[in-house]
Design a protein around this ligand. Structure first.
Ligand SMILES: NC(=O)c1ccc[n+]([C@@H]2O[C@H](COP(=O)([O-])OP(=O)(O)OC[C@H]3O[C@@H](n4cnc5c(N)ncnc54)[C@H](O)[C@@H]3O)[C@@H](O)[C@H]2O)c1
Length: 307
């Protein structure tokens, strides 16, 4: 089976690609390397270095490769950038998805699996957040991840194509760029590796729901033939405060005396976020296999060995 992955040179996309290749799928990657890295591309994957907004080139790839399944992960993922430049954010995330759907419907793709985000929910008081929560994004990025979900549903209404939307909580793990969305773990990690002070915005009591990248990849594999036309949260459904996180990380790295300082909180930061994952258990038979302790352990050990 031919599987095309957009953003397959990125943090999550390359992990999805590795898993699919290990299961025997033929993987085609489309990536413009805006944040992706060549060394993340699996040697068995066929690579096309193009932008998903380059409609003509994208059509050519679909015509040549005739993918059966498409995983759409390519996106501009930086929230701050989306506020500085909403146009380019919308171009990549909204128009990029429409081009992917256009090619997919034209060349007979069976199913598109779209990587969405907890950012579509915005600041919700009632936790954990279930998938039927009204979307109230708080940034252009949240908006540009939310709107394509509706495009997928609309395409499935007018064309014979299936889809699943996976809304990830805060992803973490090996290959995460400290500049990206939910990058707090990779930011703390780079401080730990350089033995520098860890800086926390606010009082550190804000909480997040962290999900390990390998668990996200497993959810993508499960969605290949399950959860038809469904929106599914992919999360740990547990809350960890940023303060707790910093302490866990310094202790796993055996650097418990590394200083931690607190500075003013960032405007617009969500205070608490936790996603319900019952739908993932029900429709994908998926639940996280890594605890935060285990996922952090694997990630930190990997980077300590590289250092
Ligand atoms: N990292 C998280 O915590 C998180 C949380 C929720 C959702 N997501 C979603 O998961 C997906 C993957 O995110 P990630 O963290 O791996 O980010 P990433 O930046 O590592 O990966 C994105 C990949 O897409 C490529 N890309 C970007 N724009 C492109 C374009 N226009 N054409 C072709 N390729 C393009 C980049 O080069 C990169 O390889 C994104 O859709 C993101 O919105 C991520």
């Amino acid at each position: 089976m031919n599987v095309l992955i957009t953003g397959g040179a990125g943090f999550i996309g390359s992990t999805v690609a590795d898993l699919l290749i290990s299961k025997g799928y033929t993987v085609i990657i489309v990536d413009n390397f805006s944040t992706g890295k060549r060394e993340y591309v699996h040697p068995k994957a066929k690579l096309y270095e193009i932008d998903v907004c380059d409609r003509t080139s994208l059509m050519t790839v679909f015509r040549q490769e005739k993918p059966n399944i498409v995983y759409h992960l390519a996106a501009q993922i930086n929230v701050a950038h989306s506020i500085l430049d909403p146009t380019s954010d919308a171009q990549s995330n909204i128009m990029g998805t429409i081009y992917v759907m256009e090619c997919s419907t034209k060349y007979g793709v069976k199913k598109v699996i779209y990587s969405s985000s907890a950012a579509v929910y915005g600041d919700v008081a009632q936790l954990p957040i279930a998938e039927d929560q009204v979307k109230q994004p708080q940034s252009f990025y949240g908006l540009s991840k939310a709107l394509p979900e509706d495009y997928l549903a609309m395409y499935a209404k007018f064309f014979p194509i299936d889809y699943t939307v996976l809304r990830y909580a805060n992803a973490y793990g090996i290959r995460q760029d400290p500049m990206g969305e939910g990058g707090v773990i990779s930011i703390f990690l780079s401080k730990i590796l350089q033995e520098e002070t860890i800086v926390i915005h606010g009082d550190g009591e804000q909480t997040r729901d962290f999900v390990y990248v390998k668990d996200i990849a497993r959810a993508n594999l499960a969605a290949l033939d399950k959860a038809s036309k469904k929106i599914i949260n992919i999360s740990s459904n547990t809350s960890t405060s940023i303060k707790q996180l910093a302490t866990m990380m310094t202790s796993i790295a055996a650097k418990p005396s590394l200083p931690i300082t607190y500075i003013e909180s960032r405007q617009g930061d969500i205070v608490h976020s936790r996603l319900d994952n019952k739908q993932a258990q029900y429709h994908l038979s998926w639940e996280p296999s890594y605890t935060l302790q285990a996922g952090l352990g694997e990630t930190i050990r990997y980077y300590l060995e590289q250092n």
